[in-house]
Design a protein around this ligand. Structure first.
Ligand code: IPE
Ligand code: IPE
Ligand code: MG
Length: 243
């Protein structure tokens, strides 16, 4: 493969994916939108493998947003079916390679059978630490921040925390992504160029790469093209460092 020689030299601890374009992918093939979601789930392991190849240890996948409840119920049901299928099919493998599954989002609104499958998969891989696969399900960045603020306020009320001790780092303990590094690279497929409420706190200094490729077509080579783009970026963090 042409991209084999590429070596990522820039630090990249966490890559986040907005897996967009499934509906348009299906429509372009004369299929119902949900076929796009089905195909989308088939891409996750290939992207996970590519992360391993480049030693990127943490990856986040936006699977369902707090705004996606605005979709028809039939589409939502199909999506949940496919997520359950994905976990059932891949959890043994993920566990065997030392991957830990994290779910970010409010699972209380997710239908019971899907929630149980997710909880089981999280429990099963809880002691792994080589790779972290963070699946964002019923996730919203604003919701996460408000939830964190409330939890901190409760800890102050109980006398467990001191308001003046709160800082940007300790606030992270209240986020779903507690313990995970900030996002280094945020990739959105399908040509849309917005965050859609994804990892607002964690993306503060991420590099954004947008590609026209729709998620069901987003394979190893397309991902490596994004890594090449990332490799060219000059991350200054407000300073004047020249790389
Ligand atoms: C992304 O694909 C998956 C989810 C939002 C769940 P879309 O379903 O948004 O596909 P498009 O953007 O309509 O093509
Ligand atoms: C973002 O995609 C959410 C996920 C990929 C899960 P959407 O397709 O829902 O976002 P908008 O509506 O185009 O902003
Ligand atoms: Mg979309």
């Amino acid at each position: 493969m042409g991209n084999k020689a590429f070596a990522l030299t820039k630090n990249c601890r966490h890559v986040a994916f907005i897996m967009d374009g499934n509906g348009r992918w299906a429509k372009a093939r004369g299929l119902a939108r949900h076929f796009g979601h089905h195909e989308a789930c088939n891409r996750i392991i290939e992207i996970f493998e590519t992360c391993r190849e480049f030693n990127i240890r943490v990856m986040s996948f936006y699977a369902f947003s707090t705004e996606n409840w605005n979709r028809p119920q039939d589409e939502i049901d199909h999506l949940m079916d496919y997520l359950e299928e994905f976990f059932a099919r891949e959890i043994d493998y993920l566990d065997s390679v030392g991957a830990k599954l994290v779910i970010s989002g409010d699972l209380s609104r997710i239908r019971e059978q899907t929630r149980l499958v997710c909880e089981e998969a999280v429990k099963r891989t809880a002691n792994n630490h080589d790779w972290i696969l963070n699946v964002c399900l019923n996730y919203g960045g604003r919701n996460e921040i408000v939830r964190a603020a409330k939890a901190f306020a409760k800890d102050v009320q109980n006398g467990q925390k001191d308001i003046d001790a709160l800082d940007e780092l300790s606030f992270e303990d209240y986020l779903y992504t507690k313990g995970l590094p900030d996002v280094d690279l945020m990739i959105r497929t399908s040509g849309e160029e917005r965050l859609s409420n994804f990892l607002l706190y964690q993306n503060a200094y991420a590099e954004f790469v947008f590609t026209d490729v729709k998620w069901p077509d987003f394979r190893r080579e397309a991902f490596i093209d994004c890594l090449k783009e990332y490799e060219k970026r000059n991350r200054r963090y407000g300073g004047l460092v020249n790389e």
